[in-house]
Write a new protein. Structure first.
Length: 550
């Protein structure tokens, strides 16, 4: 391993490691615009100048080969002056419209000017004006005056999306980014060009003028739009999600996310079920739950329960324990009729659910239409899913039940059908409102954190299960434990008997998640009451306690 020295830091570097990345490892930030670790090196912004001992002229850090014994200076007076010159050149024609720019607060041009610029402008002529608010595609708009021609967006479309919609036209001060004629920027990953734009040139139509970035609070989460489980960051303000942006995970999604995942937040903000309704009237959650549990006691298990593959691991573990062990029901299934979506070789998966793997691991998979039409039970409980929204003909099947109840996040077709039949509707929290974990299609367990306060009286799926068990006088959870203690205990105490599902230490799940040594021993299927534990849980594997770092 070659050894180099960056300022006062000595470190070992990989044979093909970039100097900018090597410096970042020791806490030295080398300013740059065009370099991105997931894209090829362009070397056209010239902002990453450094001084290399033995080389007479400043070098660009992004394209300087590393060799053993190299000594690099990033803060010398000559280098500071060179960077000021580059910034002055970039700002010659850049509009000073920071007060109305959405990138203000996270703009590298602003940051570098404050740390390396602070000079008196020598320009005495009008700036060159270019088009503003150029519609590039469904999600992205361009302000050509603000562009510093780093070409990150061009390289992303060529190298990651593989669609080549963008290019640089004209020369000199007339150069600008644009799309080829008749080819708008509408690939499934177009929103990523906004994320990687270092200035306010490429803007999201969805987020534009919505919120100032310094108002936003942030929470780490996992995308629920498909089985990939891309790592994302929820930016929120006023207890509403303002935008979703990708969060780096080298093993799952790298730096990217798809456009479908970016708009998933709308279901968190809009048309939410916030209060319980019983018999068509709004009531207290405790009253509605009490009524539903009283009816469940009378039915003595003659109930079918439909769960959603969008529920978290902890929700599924608690609910399957409740409806299999504490209050055994006639049939328990976790499935959805939501159609598959286009799949590609980048990120998108055909399965539109974030937790199908755990559903199969717990033996909960099944056929929703068969389940609803031929259950033969007297009551139906739906938690988290919208079967009637995906197949309106199933509304007639609800007439065959004496009691229908649903715990849902949003007012949808299923909620409307339940209320029409004077059933019980309960508010359910989204994944943005509590802490938990999902298991993606590879078996990787990944944590998500709460971003918002629950809407109204909404409960997480596992909290709902604990409340129902308590009201049925079959409580199984001690009071007074913190949410983190509860989540860890769920994995340790509620794994189905006879299964080898790993006992996850929830509080110590690594940053990028972990993949236990899962093994598939049989095909997944739905589980009926009466199945043995060994038969019921046939998809699983084993990992040492605490898991592995994957």
């Amino acid at each position: 391993m070659p050894k180099i020295r960056i300022d006062e830091h000595e470190l070992e570097v990989g044979q093909h490691e970039n100097l900018i990345d090597a410096a970042r490892r020791v806490g030295v930030h080398i300013p740059h615009f065009c370099y991105h670790p997931a894209l090829t090196v362009a070397g056209n912004c010239r902002q990453c100048l450094v001084e290399v001992e033995g080389v007479p002229k400043p070098q660009i850090a992004c394209n300087t080969p590393l060799r053993d014994g190299m000594v690099v200076h990033t803060k010398s007076e000559a280098i500071q002056e060179a960077r000021r010159g580059v910034l002055e050149y970039l700002l010659l024609n850049h509009p000073i419209d920071c007060p109305i720019c959405d990138q203000a607060g996270e703009c590298r041009l602003q940051e570098y000017y404050m740390s390396h610029g602070l000079y008196e402008s020598r320009r005495n002529l009008d700036k060159v004006h270019k088009p503003k608010m150029i519609d590039l595609g469904p999600l992205v708009t361009l302000d050509a005056e603000r562009c510093v021609l780093c070409t990150r967006c061009v390289r992303f479309c060529q190298e990651v999306a593989g669609t080549d919609e963008l290019y640089v036209k004209e020369r000199g001060h007339e150069s600008t980014i644009t799309t080829f004629p008749g080819r708008p920027l509408e690939n499934p990953y177009s929103g990523n060009v906004v994320d990687i734009c270092p200035v306010g040139a490429l803007l999201s139509k969805d987020f534009r003028f919505k919120s100032r970035v310094w108002w936003l609070k942030q929470a780490d989460s996992v995308c629920t739009s498909c089985a990939r489980g891309c790592n994302i960051r929820i930016d929120h303000h006023w207890n509403q999600v303002q935008r979703l942006v990708p969060r780096y995970n080298p093993d799952v999604n790298q730096h990217w996310m798809c456009d479908r995942g970016r708009v998933e937040y709308r279901s968190i903000n809009e048309h939410r079920v916030t209060e319980a309704q019983l018999g068509g009237r709004t009531t207290f959650l405790s009253d509605a739950l009490g009524h539903a549990c009283e009816r469940l006691e009378q039915l003595d298990g003659d109930v079918v329960v439909l769960l959603s593959p969008k529920l978290a691991n902890e929700d599924l573990l608690v609910l399957q324990h409740l409806f299999r062990t504490l209050y055994p029901v006639k049939q328990l299934v976790a499935a959805s009729l939501e159609p598959e979506q286009p799949q590609d070789e980048i990120l998108r998966r055909a399965d539109p659910h974030p937790n199908t793997w755990m559903v199969r691991a717990l033996g909960l998979a099944g056929d929703v239409r068969e389940f609803l039409r031929r259950s033969g039970a007297r009551a139906l409980l739906v938690i988290g899913d919208d079967p009637i929204g995906w197949d309106p003909s199933l509304a007639d099947a609800l007439d065959g039940y004496d009691m229908v109840a649903a715990a849902l996040t949003n007012h949808n077709a299923t909620a409307a059908a339940v209320l029409e039949r004077h059933g019980c509707l309960l508010p359910l929290a989204t994944h943005a409102e509590y802490a938990g974990s999902f298991t993606n299609f590879e078996g990787r367990v990944q944590r998500f954190e709460p971003a918002l306060s629950p809407y109204g009286s909404a409960l997480a799926g596992y909290e709902l299960g604990i409340e129902i068990a308590a009201m049925l006088r079959r409580g199984f959870w001690p009071d007074g434990e913190s949410p983190e203690q509860v989540l860890s205990a769920i994995w340790k105490q509620l794994l189905p008997a006879g299964s080898d599902l790993p006992e996850v230490d929830w509080e110590n799940v690594p940053q990028y998640g972990f993949v236990p040594t899962w093994r598939r021993t049989a095909r997944p299927r739905s589980v009926m009451v009466g199945d043995t534990a060994d038969d019921a849980h046939s998809w699983y594997g084993h990992a040492p306690k605490g898991g592995a770092d994957g």
